[in-house]
Design a protein around this ligand. Sequence first.
Ligand SMILES: *[C@@H]1O[C@H](CO)[C@@H](O)[C@H](O)[C@H]1NC(C)=O
Ligand SMILES: *[C@@H]1O[C@H](CO)[C@@H](O)[C@H](O)[C@H]1NC(C)=O
Ligand SMILES: *[C@@H]1O[C@H](CO)[C@@H](O)[C@H](O)[C@H]1NC(C)=O
Ligand SMILES: *[C@@H]1O[C@H](CO)[C@@H](O)[C@H](O)[C@H]1NC(C)=O
Ligand SMILES: *[C@@H]1O[C@H](CO)[C@@H](O)[C@H](O)[C@H]1NC(C)=O
Ligand SMILES: *[C@@H]1O[C@H](CO)[C@@H](O)[C@H](O)[C@H]1NC(C)=O
Ligand SMILES: *[C@@H]1O[C@H](CO)[C@@H](O)[C@H](O)[C@H]1NC(C)=O
Ligand SMILES: *[C@@H]1O[C@H](CO)[C@@H](O)[C@H](O)[C@H]1NC(C)=O
Ligand SMILES: *[C@@H]1O[C@H](CO)[C@@H](O)[C@H](O)[C@H]1NC(C)=O
Length: 795
Amino acid sequence: MATQAVLFLLSSLCAQFLTGYGATLPEYPSQPLPLSGLLNNKAATSANGHGSAANFDGAGSAYDSQFLPTGSWEYDGLSFALPSSWDKNDDNVLANGQVLRLQKPTSVHELHFLYAGDGTGAPVLSVFTLNFADGSSHEVNLYAKNWWVWANVNRAAIVTPYHFEKTGKNLNATNIFQWSTSVPSESPVESITFPPKATSNRMHVFGLSITPSTTNTSGGPALAIRRARFTTRWEDIEGVRAQAVEVTLANLLPAFAISRNTSITTRHTVELVGSGIQTVTPGVINRLVPADQVRIDVFVTGSTANGNATIQIRDSSGNVVATSGEFPTSPLVDNYTPDADSLSMHETPSWWNAAKYGIFIHWGVYSTPAWAPPTSYAEWYDWDIRQPPNSSNPTWEHHLETYGKNVIYNDFIPDFTASKFNASAWVDLFDRAGAKYFVLVSKHHDGFALFDTGNTTNRNSVQFGPKRDLVAELFQTAKAEKPEMHRGTYYSMPEWFNPDFAKYGFGQWPGGLAHNAFNVSPALEPYTGRIDIDDYIDDLQLPQMIDLAVKYDTEIMWCDIGGPNKTLDFAATFYNHAMAQGRQVTMNDRCGFLPDFDTPEYATFGSIQTAKWESSEGMDPFSYGLNTATNADQYKNGTTIVQTLVDIVSKNGNFLLDIGPTAEGEIIAPMMNNLLDAGTWLDFAGDCVYDTEYWFPSSQDFNPPAGTEPPRFTTTPSTFCIVAFAQPVDGKVTINKRLPVLAEDEIVFLRPQGPTAPLTWNVDEKSGKLVIDVPESDVTAVDFAWPFQVRYKLA
Ligand SMILES: *[C@@H]1O[C@H](CO)[C@@H](O)[C@H](O)[C@H]1NC(C)=O
Ligand SMILES: *[C@@H]1O[C@H](CO)[C@@H](O)[C@H](O)[C@H]1NC(C)=O
Ligand SMILES: *[C@@H]1O[C@H](CO)[C@@H](O)[C@H](O)[C@H]1NC(C)=O
Ligand SMILES: *[C@@H]1O[C@H](CO)[C@@H](O)[C@H](O)[C@H]1NC(C)=O
Ligand SMILES: *[C@@H]1O[C@H](CO)[C@@H](O)[C@H](O)[C@H]1NC(C)=O
Ligand SMILES: *[C@@H]1O[C@H](CO)[C@@H](O)[C@H](O)[C@H]1NC(C)=O
Ligand SMILES: *[C@@H]1O[C@H](CO)[C@@H](O)[C@H](O)[C@H]1NC(C)=O
Ligand SMILES: *[C@@H]1O[C@H](CO)[C@@H](O)[C@H](O)[C@H]1NC(C)=O
Ligand SMILES: *[C@@H]1O[C@H](CO)[C@@H](O)[C@H](O)[C@H]1NC(C)=O
């Protein structure tokens, strides 16, 4: 990691801006809110920890101030006011329910946070409350990332290489994060209430900034370019590798001003203009109403490292109606080098962003015992049996009763037979389930690989158990029979009991041979399949990962645990190998370095994150591997799968739903049936899921009637979807929120036999409330969730 603060966003261009509709635009506005009256914590020091007044986390730890920017600071085109020096006074607000009054009540389009949580684990919900002039209030759900994460990495606005602890340096990368949210703009914001005091995972705010709404509603739409990024994504357009430039356009008018006059309502195109730059495929915007933002790709060639470009917007007659100022360009990467500067540019490919839904498969030696007590992972059997090795431990007890004390974990290998594994049947099921990709566990923490691990180890399914290369069978079959389905691999970076990992061991991955849990001789269990190597990372981890990339052509490297790694070398090989074949691939945030996407586990972000993320969960309520102790009626059913997927997609995430096949390679009937149930729904409602974008105002600021789940919203360039999570009653659906729906738009209901004819609907002009009439017979023909598709009428 560079020793300077690193900006993880690609050339996040100075936000530029169109003045009203029909001219050159001033910048996307952002105004820092003064926090001086509230500062109550000192986060940073230059004093090497000791003797400093800094105490960020309550345990005496602190950032090293030399890595933190000072004063007026721009990030992603937004302005923040940071301390002019980190070494003197309090420098951040430790949340304890404070109220920040705005100097004057202001109608706000977007609110921007610069923050860090002071825990060390997964993101934690932190709720801010906005108080409006009309007496109403609104909760903002910030899923707060913690300043560092043990053994792993975060994507962050400010990255420092370490932090001080009382006794010295902790060398885990340590961060400050930026997150922005839409704000209801019906009434001006008067004040912001910080989250209450917490005892752990406390919220620290380093900066707040607002983008005010434009109050003059008598002109046309108030357009501004929120963000324009030259990405590393590309598309082959007539033999040319065209670079995606992601442009996000805002309409800064307040929500109550929604009308055709204040919106983009016809087909507009977005192009880039600059020396050498050619727009190959313009972006298309058909609809942009007040208080909304829309994100599109413009495909270009010829961008360079030192050039400038402007954005031009044309109306449906081809006239240029708005032009931005200049901003710097950044070329498409055509060769990654094994360093953080090059590799940190990489991002998730367009196909992955559009795919939304994948199937995760936890299958291995642990599928033989296939057991865990409630709320434990069955794939952790080999570890859990020893935690502790006595009768207080249900896994130990279960093992003793079921197999006796002479059976060790390695004895399960021969019973992991894959005898009924039919790769065609699996990929056919995933396809009918509506999944667009799958991620197969290629090796879990037990070190038993499902692929040919060459001369790194014989601990694999080719040498033992099935005597088959299971990864190759599934990949080759998928490639031949479902070429549109993308193929990924989970890979555990550490191994629990590999003797060669002992020198790198940490936490629950100590390395070193396992101690027999029943005091049976030999006291140390053998590591079946091990061959002599010098170094775990150089001779096993890195070559295995490279083989998955180069020999198996994996498209998703879904690492787990992180820790010691040679991910710089791996990632450069992975990305360049794929690019040479015209493919784009991706890597998650658990490879120890350089994440493309975040991966909350059995959790989701409850609010939009504009950087892509993916939630994974088992169909089992608490296990990825098959757990025969779980009753199948506890599995996620059609309703849970569909609603979880739509919820995640509405917040810019993907859903990776896990199944656990048996040791024989069968996907048990209840898992299969639940997958197929969700697939049936996706078959007719997929237009509201695949290849959609989040809706900027989202459902976060939607207050549904008490006790009911709010609907979720998704968008495409020509449609807007409302997916109701409660079955409509009395033939009506009511949405108490202003939507981008204008007179003459058509609204249809998506159902198994195809969309209905256009339904009657009505928007109350004063409140913005939308009521759609839907026939009862259509409602009852649909299970799980009720999708309504608004088709924009292009005026
Ligand atoms: C990261 O933090 C953990 C927990 O404090 C510590 O054990 C480990 O050594 C740190 N890693 C590095 C590279 O310093
Ligand atoms: C509001 O916008 C209209 C149209 O652009 C302009 O003529 C008018 O002067 C503006 N009013 C104010 C108060 O700025
Ligand atoms: C919209 O514009 C038209 C034509 O300029 C005008 O007649 C109409 O009054 C405007 N409507 C609103 C709601 O401002
Ligand atoms: C790009 O724009 C910047 C800022 O306006 C300017 O300093 C720079 O010289 C321009 N570069 C080129 C190649 O025109
Ligand atoms: C099991 O082992 C744990 C950890 O060593 C110990 O605290 C506990 O008392 C033991 N329980 C029994 C029933 O032996
Ligand atoms: C494997 O599954 C496919 C697709 O379901 C089926 O057509 C084929 O007969 C199966 N093969 C075997 C050996 O059962
Ligand atoms: C494995 O084989 C490769 C290719 O022949 C070789 O470069 C490497 O050194 C071998 N590794 C070990 C641990 O023997
Ligand atoms: C991954 O490896 C890099 C380079 O050796 C190291 O800086 C980083 O701390 C490692 N990641 C983790 C989480 O240990
Ligand atoms: C689906 O699962 C949910 C959550 O467990 C449950 O509330 C619901 O009743 C189930 N639906 C059916 C049809 O079983």
